[in-house]
Design a protein around this ligand. Sequence first.
Ligand code: FES
Ligand code: FES
Length: 169
Amino acid sequence: MSAIPNDAAARPFVSHPIHLTLNGQQRQLNVLPWTTLLDLLREQLDLVGSKKGCDHGQCGACTVLRDGKRVNACLTLAVMCDGAELTTIEGLADGDELHPMQQAFIKHDAFQCGYCTPGQICSAVGLANEGRAQDPAQIQELMSGNLCRCGAYSNIRDAIEAVVLGDKP
Ligand code: FES
Ligand code: FES
């Protein structure tokens, strides 16, 4: 068994420099090695749109886009994002123009309390980027990582279907 150095507890924590493109802006940051992306966003950068629902990868409330792909920010270490392009719910709109997925959620009234909504929308944008969902059943399956405790699922599905499959007549 290897011995733990006596001075281990006294050593300063070493933060790591990372470079991100975050919502279109270049950011140079120093992060501790155990800081999650979710805590970096919420606690250090004041981007509180991404929600901490479970902190265990089970609810999807923390979903953000990393290089266009959806990830659970609570399961992603910030140091792993060095060089990445990140988009959170705060960065989806184009100026005053909401992203089409945001517009669809409003049009289809796809929320109640709204707590899951940023994660639902980011995940749905990632789903659209993937191009894998071809019908409502596939959308339902591929969105199953995003839970809604209010049970607004039918309207959420309608909103996502409108963007991914095209509006119903
Ligand atoms: S807070 Fe990340 S999946 Fe629930
Ligand atoms: S709208 Fe309340 S948790 Fe989804």
